[in-house]
Ligand binder design. Sequence first.
Ligand SMILES: [Zn+2]
Length: 434
Amino acid sequence: MECNMMIKGCTILTMDRGRIIKRGLIAINNERIEYVGREEEAGDIKAERIIDGHGKVAMPGLINCHTHIAMTLFRGIAEDQEVNRWLRETIWPLEAKLDPLDVYFGSLLGCLEMIKSGTTCFCDMYLYGESVVRAAERSGLRAVIAPGIIEAGDRRIGEKMLAESVRISEKYRCYAGGRITTRLGPHAVYTCSLDLLKKVRDNASSLKVGVHIHLAESKEAAIRVREERGISEVSILDEAGLLDSNLLAAHCIHLSREEIGILAERDVKVVYNPVSNMKLASGIPRIKEMLDLGVTVGLGTDGPASNNALDMFETMKTAALLQKIYYKDPKVLPARKVLEMATIDGAKALGLEDITGSIEAGKKADIILVDMRKPHLTPVHNVYASLVYSARGCDVDTTIVNGEILMENREVKRLREDEVIEKAEKTALNLILR
Ligand SMILES: [Zn+2]
């Protein structure tokens, strides 16, 4: 067999059926994985390029199922505040000043951070979705872009944002050779009317794209929705016809047991964002109950303003610890399950499980190499535990997306690191001053 690239000598976590392959070999041709298995059983494979994987773990790239990457520009700008004040006094006024170029430079910084910390695929909901598409395209990352729709009591604004979200979703639903896809992104039930949500459903089904929304994140908003409209956020989504397998719902904190049951029944996908939930004191979603009922749960960082990083290793560790303390049970959310949530389950949540999320022949090569020769990663008794509880984003040595090396030996290839940082820094400062 002849191929473009071969990774040799690594330990491989396939994350498909939980295989751990010692002294493994991965052969990649063009964008796809051609072979994965033990080096000695690989037969005669010739590659133009050989990557030495000794001392490294090869695993599927991490999937960040919920973020707003352009919010890197607001990293650290308003800290330790009550969420409503945080949004109304700082975030929303700054967002009103944003232009497409600001969002592009902020998004590019987010992409750089993700490449450097082992994320190969992300799902983003934000303003100026076309700028996020451009940044994803340039960075080489796999992305699902959900241009945000927010009505907040003004029908005309809602209609305008829906039209723009539909335009972008249609134009980019299979873009950059399929590396970039789209969803419609209604912000939340409390910021969109039932009428608008119904239009979102109609447009999503005719475009054949999914929908991404914030659900039951804020207790106060959940109470307000119930007082004003007489029914819960979940019931409103049901009435809008959105409760199905194409819905990706971020947070899902303030839900009744019955409502979690409905999400499970309808195969709604959930994103758990533990760091953001803790920082904004939103609450703790009952992930164990969701998993017990068969809900697909992916992991997300949420935006860098409420995290303040895009490091999925940190998110994995926090995801596990927060559930353990919530249920007062250290057996809840074991390391291997957390790693599944950050890889194959994340791919399922985004409807991309045939393409990414595991290292299997036939799938696209979205792979990271983690350098295990570090004091905090020695010794390795349980590789899942080492990756979830000890590893950090900066331990990622190599990031490959769609068969292309985006970072090798921590050197980023497509993007000029210093340029991206400088542009984003200028953009953030300029935004505050103008
Ligand atoms: Zn969010």
